[in-house]
Write a protein of this length. Structure first.
Length: 139
């Protein structure tokens, strides 16, 4: 069985962002040489997410609005976590809702997606370096 590991690094200019990382993951699958297996993609930070959905700007705006309604950034005083000197209590909650990771099957050397599926990095407390791990196993 083959195993392949790669990191992607992000440093967004905004506090929140959704970035389509499908091309980078597809490149990692090609680099791995795995034809049949699994690809794990996970955010290595507790205020960021990796998820699968449609690459449609209106949907991304809907995510932003919905997440802000669920866990508003301000006032910062609403979160006990922020009493530690942080201001990102909302980002932890947003990550919990959007998820930490995805696993995608690899079939015939390609990510085996359903219609419209794409992989996204979700940033909820940006403006600093963060990474995503890609781990591929298979034959």
């Amino acid at each position: 069985m083959k195993s392949y590991r790669k990191e992607l690094w992000f440093n967004t200019s905004t506090r929140r962002a959704f970035i389509n990382i499908t091309p980078e993951v597809e490149k990692a699958v090609d680099e791995s040489g795995v034809r049949e297996g699994l690809c794990l993609v996970n955010a290595m930070h507790i205020t960021a997410s990796v998820f699968i959905n449609d690459d449609e700007p209106g949907l991304h705006d809907d995510f932003e609005k919905w997440l802000e309604e669920l866990a508003p950034e301000k006032p910062h005083s609403r979160y006990k976590h922020n009493l530690t000197g942080e201001d990102n209590g909302d980002a932890h909650l947003k990550r919990q809702v959007m998820g930490r990771e995805v696993v995608v099957a690899i079939t015939e050397g390609k990510l085996d997606f359903g219609p419209w599926e794409q992989i996204f990095y979700g940033e909820f407390d940006g403006k600093r370096p963060k990474r995503v791990l890609i781990k591929i196993i298979g034959e």
